[in-house]
Design a binder for this molecule. Structure first.
Ligand code: NAD
Length: 489
């Protein structure tokens, strides 16, 4: 059976405790690997290696750091098939999705930040003395230096995609990294560690500690890790925020969402339905940006209802390792149980299940997948917007449908949760689009599209969806310490 150890100081390292966690293939339910169960001792070793490597890495020129990250991106491209197959096996996502999105985007993350750091403009302020008679003139320039060891903690839904989204800017700006991928999907992080050595990253620059909350919390609370970037659930994010606050660490939290997807009566309804189906069911609904609340103008409700139900019922559900599968398995059995519980609560609150509403019938699956964690694409209608199901993240292939009468009601519903990650509006009316873009409580508003991601833009959530922004210059700022130098004259 495959065994995955930590990657510390440029080599595989078994856990000090000797303990390993089971790793399952969710599409079959079979255990196929063991992964190191890291604890404070492993984290200590990784932080030591990263601290030791930091001065030389910080002193390496940006072009040389960029070249190494580009080499790593090239190696990811070369291993596209293997990495996509591993990601699919580990997470249950269709291999086509991993090939088209997860793995190419991981390479893009590295390539983008390798370049961005070389082209980033500095800040300069020519000071005229503040208008005070005799006030001193001066020139101010802002120097930015790496902060040290960055702790990068990522979830299971987009494993390599989100891991590289964090480590690329951290490394490009000259920090060294102790990363912890999700214990549920550790495979591609292990593969990345090996590729990093081939790309020429010096030992200790990128360290991967595997394991669960024990390893994660040891990184968060380590006194020599001043920067923490976390993507995951709001509950864990809240805990990390409290720890980081107490220790005066810099922290970025990318958390959950309950994202509205609004279809106006003037929209291109057919296009909107197509995109809404993708937003609801892509990656089995396990994307933080998924549009899980479909808000539809009452004049087009019947068309949208019929369209989304048809889209759910015609998705090619099956073995994620097959090229033509569009919809695979949820990530684990405990996660399927959670999704199931939430759908049952919706049913008990009077929600009408228009399609789906339960595990996929094993008879519809190939024999190899009959023990897998498949759940049907599900559409629910008729729930009170204040009920738990409409307020809390399900993080599964489940979308609720609700009509509205006018723009004010649409906005009230859209903004009526504690979250504020992403929102989508379909309309042909530009001024309506602008009004919604201004009024929606969200870190990202998509108009007539969904999940179009330009890596230069700020990414993150408002309210309980997070603290801080990643992406583009936000990430370069996050991972560096500014120092203003004021020169008189
Ligand atoms: P999770 O919070 O359970 O775990 C995320 C990571 O944190 C894992 O690596 C886990 O081992 C680690 N962890 C758990 N407890 C910890 C602790 N006490 N200290 C430090 N680390 C700890 O989340 P998950 O179930 O893996 O992922 C799903 C969640 O992630 C969803 O809520 C989803 O919305 C969110 N998510 C958000 C974004 C975003 O960009 N906003 C992107 C993807 C996923």
């Amino acid at each position: 059976m495959l065994r995955m150890d930590h990657w510390i100081n440029g080599a595989p390292v078994p856990p000090e405790s000797g303990e390993y966690l089971d790793v399952h293939e969710p599409a079959t339910g079979a255990r196929y690997a063991h992964v190191a169960a890291g604890d404070t001792r492993d984290v200590e070793r990784a932080v030591q290696a990263a601290s030791h490597a930091f001065p030389a890495w910080a002193a390496t020129g940006v072009s040389e750091r960029g070249r190494m990250l580009e080499r790593l991106a090239d190696l990811i491209d070369q291993r596209l098939d293997d990495l996509a197959a591993a990601e699919s096996m580990d997470s249950g996502k269709p291999v086509s999705l991993a090939r088209e999105v997860d793995i190419p985007r991981s390479a893009s993350n590295l390539r983008y930040f390798a370049h961005a750091v070389q082209h980033a403009a500095g800040e300069f302020f020519d000071f005229d003395g503040g208008g005070v008679p005799g006030g001193a003139r001066a020139m101010n320039m802002v120097l930015r230096s790496p902060r040290g060891v960055a702790g990068c903690i990522s979830p299971w839904n987009l494993p390599l995609y989100l891991l590289t989204w964090k480590i690329a800017p951290a490394l490009a700006t000259g920090n060294t990294v102790v990363a912890k991928p999700s214990e549920v999907t550790p495979r591609t992080a292990s593969m990345l560690a090996e590729l990093s050595a081939q790309a020429g990253l010096p030992a200790g620059v990128l360290n991967i500690v595997h394991g669960d909350a024990r390893a994660g919390s040891a990184i968060v609370t380590h006194e020599r890790v001043p920067t923490i970037t976390f993507t995951g659930s709001t509950a864990v994010g809240r805990w990390i925020g409290a720890q980081a606050g107490g220790m005066l660490k810099r922290v970025s939290l990318e958390l959950g969402g309950k994202n509205p997807f609004i279809i106006m009566d003037d929209a291109d309804v057919e296009a909107a339905i197509k995109v809404a189906a993708r937003a609801a069911f892509r990656n089995q609904g396990q994307i933080c940006l998924c549009g899980s609340r479909l808000l539809v103008h009452e004049r087009v409700l019947d068309r949208v209802r019929a369209g989304i139900v048809k889209a759910a019922e015609t998705l090619a559900v099956g073995d994620p390792s097959l090229a033509d599968t569009q919809f695979g398995s949820l990530v684990s059995e405990p996660h399927r149980a959670k999704v199931s519980r939430m759908v049952e609560s919706a049913r008990s609150l009077g929600g009408r299940i228009l399609t789906g509403g339960g595990p996929v019938d094993p008879a519809r699956l190939p024999p190899r997948c009959r023990g897998g964690s498949f759940y049907e694409p599900t559409v629910v209608e008729g729930l009170d917007p204040t009920c738990e199901f409409e307020q809390e993240e399900v993080f599964g292939p489940v979308v609720s449908l609700r009509s509205f009468r006018d723009d004010d009601e649409a906005l009230r519903l859209a903004n009526g949760t504690k979250y504020g990650l992403a929102a989508t509006v379909f309309t042909r009316d530009l001024s309506r689009a602008q009004h919604f873009a201004r009024s929606l409580a969200a870190g990202i508003v998509w108009v007539n599209c969904w999940m179009v991601r330009d890596l230069r833009t700020p990414f993150g959530g408002a309210r309980h969806s997070g603290v801080g922004r990643e992406g583009g210059s936000e990430a370069l700022r996050f991972f560096t310490e500014p120092k203003n130098v004021c020169i008189a004259g």
